[in-house]
Ligand binder design. Structure first.
Ligand code: MD3
Ligand code: FE
Length: 217
């Protein structure tokens, strides 16, 4: 028997789990900023709608994506890259919300990376069945900067692999409010997300949102 009181963000636990060299899961780190994160997310999505990009191989991604910040990650038949413009509108991406920047800098600092100032923010939306196959993030200029990711909504099983695609992956469950910092020797590790399981999150509904902040340019 649990009381609704234990679902209140201020009563949920926060702790740090080391994942690998330079990689840490900060459990519950985003919970204090839940309301501000969600309203900032609405502003971003209203200006640059979530959309399914096409891979260079011609497949539509099952993850729906958008971006904010100076640079946005895009994929099309020509390849993967960072671009200053939203290809849907031809306009600059919406500004990177202060609450994203502040949380990213505090999380990076908690993991030992001081002065993190991302210029790119990718928003990924997963619905039940959506997956992200194993890949490396290699489109950024400076691998010395960490990547910070914020998970909201339905829980997902994250695959944290090695430096080679064939290396065995660690399975890490990421839930609402968890923040992960990936830096140092973990920065180029293969990673992916298993198909999202069916469910209904009390705040986000039938979806998971992942906000990834990077220094790309
Ligand atoms: C580990 N997104 O957008 S974020 C991606 O949950 C991406 O939406 C996943 O992978 C998601 O590229 C995972 C966490 C993440 C980001 C970069 C990493 C994990 C990483 C780089 C190296 C190792
Ligand atoms: Fe990635």
């Amino acid at each position: 028997m649990t009381s609704d009181l234990f679902d209140a963000p201020e009563l949920r636990q926060r702790w740090t789990e080391p994942l690998g060299p330079g990689a840490f899961v900060l459990r519950g780190f985003a919970l204090d900023d839940e309301a501000a994160l969600l309203s900032a997310l609405d502003v971003v999505i209203a200006a640059a709608p979530l959309r399914h990009m096409v891979t260079p191989g011609g497949f539509e991604m099952s993850v729906a994506m958008t971006n904010c910040g100076r640079l946005g990650w895009v994929s099309d038949r020509r390849g993967y890259r960072y671009d200053e413009q939203d290809p849907l509108s031809g306009l600059a991406w919406p500004a990177l919300p202060g609450v994203f920047l502040g949380l990213a800098a505090r999380a990076a600092s908690a993991a030992g990376f001081e002065g993190f100032q991302p210029d790119a923010c990718l928003v990924n939306q997963y619905q039940p069945g959506t997956r992200l196959s194993l890949h490396q993030d290699r489109n950024e200029r400076d691998y010395g900067a960490p990547i910070v990711s914020i998970s909201l909504g339905l829980p997902a099983v994250f695959l944290f692999g090695g430096d080679e695609r064939a290396d065995k992956s660690l399975r890490v469950q990421l839930g609402h409010g968890d923040v992960v910092v990936w830096g140092g020797a973990s920065r180029l590790r293969y990673h992916g997300v298993l198909p999202l399981k069916e469910g209904e999150h009390p705040v986000l509904g039938r979806r998971r949102i992942n906000i990834t902040l990077r220094l790309a340019g």
